[in-house]
Design a protein. Structure first.
Length: 492
C-alpha cells in the first residue's frame, strides 16, 4: 500500500510540473469554461474560492411512480419530493372506492383512553371483504368516546395508531383496539355522499392517493449501491436515513431521483449546520468561522484480508482540516470529536472509478488510504472544487514547511517554500542557523520519484538530481504537491 501511495502522489506531482508551462497559453480557454488538458484535480482556475462559509441552494422537487421494497414485499407507490421530505403515497382499491363515492366534510385525529375493561366505548361495522368502509355504528353512553364528544355516529375510521384500516376486516380492526396500549389514537373522517355528476368528474389525485410514509431527508444519503457493498441496485436506489434504509426500484430515472434527493439532503444538512453555528456557544462560533463544507458520504478502508465494507460517514471541511465523523453531529458539542482528522496540507487524493463510480481515493501523509464514495458525480465535483480551494488557501497561509532526513550521510532539513522553492540545510552541527547546502526554485523542478518508503529523488531542468532519505516521505510529497499547486494558482 505504501509503494502504491508513494508512486501515486509522485506521479501526480509530475503531472502538476508538466502543466506549468501551459498556464498562460490556456488562460483564455479556461476563462471561457474550458479546462485545457489539465486533469480535473489540477484545474487551477477552479481553485479560486467563492468566499468562505457554507452555501445554500434551493431544494429539489420531483414526483413519479416507484416500487417500494419493504421487507420481502414490493408495493407500488407514488413518490413526491417536496419541502425536504420524500412522501410515499399509496393507491388502494378500497380507499379509491370510499373517496370516489363520498367527499370529505371533516377530518379529526383524537386520542382516547380505554376503561378498566379495556374498551373505548364504540361499536364498528363494515370493512373487508365488502365495499363498505369501517364505520362507527354506535357510541356507548358515559364511555371514553362519548365523554370526548369528538366521535360521531357514521364517522369513517381511517387509521388506528397511525396505521390505515380501510383495507382491513372488522375483526382485524377490533383486534387492533384490543392489542393497543391504554391510549389509542384514531383518525376519523366525516363523509358526504357524492352525486352522480361529482363521481364522474372526480380527479385522479383526489380519488386514489393517500400518504403512507413521510421520510425526513435531513442527514440522509441516497445511493445507487446496496448498503455496505459494491453491488449496484439494478434499476433502483436506496435512501439511508436516521430511521432506517428505504429501497426503491425504478425502471427509468433512478439516476435523476438520486441527484434530486442528494441535492435536497445537502441543502437540509447545510441549514442544520448553520442553525447550530448560530449559538453563542464558543464551539458554535468556531463552527461558524471554520466549517466550509459538510456532507454525508460512504467510506471504505481497503483491506487485503477481508471484503471491502462501506459505511456511511460525514465528511467535513473545517478550517485547515479534513474531518470524518461516524455520525452526523446533532449537538454543537459533538463537532469537536471527529472520528479522524487530517491537516489539509498533508492529504492528497485522486478520482477513482472502481470499485464504485463517483469515488476519490484519499491519501494521508502517513500512508493511510480511504475510499470516499459520493452519491453523484456532481457532488464529487463540488467536493473536489472546494478541497482545491481550501488546499491552496492553506498553502498560501503556511507558505513553507520543513522535513528532517539525511543527504550524503548528513542530518539535514528539506524546506519547501511557496516563494523560494527548495532548500537544504545542514542540521548535523547543531548550529543556531544551519548552513545552507543547496537551493533550487520551483520552476526548475522537472520530475520527482521515490521508492515508496523514505527515498525521494528530485530532478531539475539543468540535469542535476538530488536524492534524500526523509523521515516522513509521504507527508513531504503531499505538502510539496499542495504548495506547488498553490504557487501555480497564484501565478495563474
Amino acid at each position: 500500500m505504501e509503494n502504491e501511495f508513494g508512486r501515486s502522489v509522485s506521479r501526480k506531482l509530475q503531472v502538476v510540473i508538466r502543466t506549468r508551462t501551459a498556464l498562460v497559453g490556456r488562460r483564455v480557454a479556461r476563462e471561457r469554461g474550458g479546462a485545457g488538458y489539465l486533469p480535473a484535480r489540477f484545474c487551477l482556475h477552479r481553485m479560486r474560492g467563492k468566499g468562505a462559509g457554507l452555501c445554500i441552494a434551493h431544494m429539489q422537487s420531483k414526483s413519479g411512480n416507484l416500487c417500494w421494497k419493504k421487507g420481502r414485499n414490493f408495493r407500488e407507490v407514488k413518490a413526491e419530493l417536496a419541502e425536504g421530505r420524500l412522501l410515499l403515497k399509496s393507491c388502494d382499491p378500497m380507499l379509491q372506492h370510499i373517496i370516489s363515492k363520498h367527499k370529505l366534510v371533516e377530518e379529526r385525529t383524537i386520542t382516547l383512553e380505554k376503561n378498566a375493561n379495556g374498551e373505548l366505548g364504540i361499536s364498528i361495522i363494515g370493512g373487508l371483504p365488502g365495499k363498505k368502509p369501517v364505520t362507527v355504528n354506535r357510541i356507548i353512553k358515559d364511555s371514553s368516546a362519548s365523554l370526548s364528544q369528538q366521535v360521531k355516529a357514521n364517522d369513517i375510521l381511517m387509521k388506528v395508531n397511525g396505521e390505515p384500516v380501510w383495507n382491513k376486516t372488522r375483526k382485524q380492526v377490533v383486534d387492533e383496539f384490543k392489542n393497543s396500549e391504554k391510549r389509542v389514537t384514531l383518525c376519523l373522517v366525516q363523509l358526504e355522499q357524492r352525486n352522480k355528476e361529482e363521481e364522474s368528474t372526480i380527479g385522479e389525485e383526489e380519488a386514489k392517493w393517500t400518504t403512507l410514509e413521510g421520510i425526513d431527508l435531513t442527514f440522509s444519503f441516497s445511493s445507487a449501491y446496496q448498503s455496505g457493498t459494491n453491488g449496484d441496485i439494478s434499476d433502483g436506489f436506496e435512501v439511508q436515513t436516521k430511521e432506517g434504509v428505504f429501497n426503491f426500484l425504478c425502471s427509468t430515472a433512478s439516476k435523476q431521483w438520486v441527484e434530486a434527493i442528494t441535492e435536497t439532503c445537502r441543502v437540509l444538512s447545510t441549514r442544520k449546520v448553520q442553525m447550530l453555528s448560530m449559538t453563542s456557544d464558543p464551539v458554535g462560533q468556531e463552527m461558524k468561522a471554520n466549517v466550509k463544507m459538510a456532507g454525508a458520504v460512504q467510506e471504505c478502508l481497503p483491506s487485503n484480508t477481508h471484503t471491502s465494507i462501506w459505511q456511511q460517514k460525514v465528511l467535513v471541511l473545517s478550517g485547515c482540516e479534513l474531518q470524518i465523523f461516524q455520525y452526523w453531529p446533532e449537538a454543537v458539542c459533538e463537532w469537536i470529536h471527529p472520528e479522524v482528522k487530517y491537516k489539509i496540507l498533508e492529504i492528497s487524493y485522486r478520482k477513482v472509478y472502481k470499485p464504485r463510480e463517483n469515488c476519490i481515493a484519499l491519501y494521508w501523509g502517513k500512508g493511510v488510504n480511504h475510499l470516499i464514495s459520493f452519491a453523484t458525480d456532481r457532488e464529487r465535483h463540488r467536493w473536489i472544487k472546494k478541497l482545491n480551494s481550501v488546499l491552496c488557501a492553506a498553502a498560501r497561509d503556511i507558505k513553507s514547511q520543513s522535513f528532517l532526513g539525511k543527504w550524503r550521510g548528513r542530518e539535514i532539513s528539506l524546506t519547501v517554500d511557496i516563494e523560494c522553492g527548495f532548500s537544504l540545510r545542514d542540521n548535523s552541527g547543531g548550529q543556531e542557523m544551519p548552513k545552507l547546502l543547496w537551493k533550487e526554485e520551483f520552476q526548475n523542478l522537472l520530475s520527482t520519484s521515490d521508492d515508496g518508503s523514505s527515498q525521494l529523488k528530485l530532478s531539475f531542468t539543468d540535469s542535476s538530481n538530488i536524492i534524500i532519505q526523509l523521515q516522513d516521505m509521504h507527508t513531504a510529497l503531499c505538502v510539496m504537491q499542495n504548495l506547488y499547486l498553490a504557487k501555480m494558482s497564484s501565478v495563474n
